[in-house]
Design a protein around this ligand. Structure first.
Ligand SMILES: NC(=O)c1ccc[n+]([C@@H]2O[C@H](COP(=O)([O-])OP(=O)(O)OC[C@H]3O[C@@H](n4cnc5c(N)ncnc54)[C@H](OP(=O)(O)O)[C@@H]3O)[C@@H](O)[C@H]2O)c1
Length: 275
């Protein structure tokens, strides 16, 4: 366990990052959040902010925002890995995405960085239904997405945080690429039906065309670059390539991941979906 330096959590207010921060706080480890709202502020787009956030850091959990597939992201994370190694960071644990060519290029940059590395290559987060862009449609009672009826093994970010903290603080995870999925593939229609059942709400689900989705996002005044990102994610990653489930949590933690129903019960109990 790290007693000789700060643990940096890049994206430490985000979906996985804040859960990693909570766990590290419970372990009593000195830590720093790397984000625009952190102290010091960190911004992927402003390299002048990088050296102060890396000062005194021994271990780092790194999540890129908004997504590794946006133009320039791979080059940016490659430069950040080099800065981290130059600053004396010994171990880098990196959040990556499944089935994404740019994410794999970013992983290769990490593997070539000279640091001790661990890669968490994750499927679509369950928490996108409660903490991200699918929350508002659920609250409105109508979810319409441009995705075919293919299965996706939604992964609970609580489990990802458990692996990240194990990789930061325990031996045996260096040089490991963990492909992390939930235990069962569900379609988006299945997922919405489960949320509707548990919350006892009427929530309709529709599969729509990319053009219809674009038009809906434009009506909601979503910025064009975000629309492009969403269309890429739904059109490319959710085409069935990521349907298989993996043994990544067993390899990393020796246990099975939480299933989607458990996530739904937990999120519903928080009141996030009303009902
Ligand atoms: N969502 C998924 O299903 C999924 C699946 C697999 C992999 N991933 C990968 O996970 C990563 C994070 O995605 P996410 O959706 O879960 O986001 P997230 O971690 O919830 O993102 C929010 C975090 O990013 C920080 N942030 C925002 N703008 C920033 C900037 N310009 N510079 C530095 N930090 C910034 C925020 O800080 P403030 O609070 O200070 O604004 C916050 O800590 C992406 O690389 C994505 O490819 C996501």
């Amino acid at each position: 366990m790290n007693r000789n330096g700060i643990t940096l959590v890049v994206g430490g207010t985000g979906k996985t990052g804040r859960r990693v921060v909570e766990r590290l706080e419970r372990l009593g480890l000195p830590l720093r959040v790397g984000s625009p709202s952190g102290q010091p502020a960190f911004n992927w787009e402003d390299r002048k902010t990088w050296s102060s956030v890396l000062d005194g850091v021994a271990l780092a959990y790194i999540t890129y925002y908004p997504d590794l597939c946006v133009p320039g992201a791979v080059e940016t994370v490659r430069s950040f890995f080099a800065c981290a190694v130059n600053a004396g960071v010994k171990r880098l644990v990196f959040l990556s995405g499944r089935g994404e060519a740019d994410a794999e290029r970013a992983e290769q940059a990490l593997q070539a960085s000279g640091a001790d590395w661990t890669i968490l290559r994750c499927s679509f987060f369950s928490q996108n239904f409660s903490e991200n862009f699918i929350l508002d449609p659920i609250l409105a009672g109508e979810v319409a997405l441009p995705v075919a009826p293919v299965g996706e093994p939604f992964v609970d970010v609580e489990d990802i945080a458990d692996v990240a903290v194990a990789a930061l603080t325990q031996p045996g995870h260096s040089g490991q690429l963990y492909e992390l999925t939930g235990p069962q593939a569900l379609t988006f229609a299945d997922a919405i039906a489960e949320i509707a059942r548990v919350t006892e709400r009427d929530i309709r689900y529709a599969s729509i065309s990319p053009a219809e989705y674009r038009a809906a996002l434009l009506r909601a005044q979503v910025p064009e670059d975000v629309i492009e990102l969403m269309l890429y994610l739904f059109g490319t990653l959710l085409d069935g390539r990521n349907t298989s489930v993996t043994d990544g949590f067993r390899r990393a933690l020796g246990r099975a991941p939480r299933d989607f129903s458990e996530y739904v019960r937990h999120a519903a109990a928080s009141g996030v979906w009303g009902g």
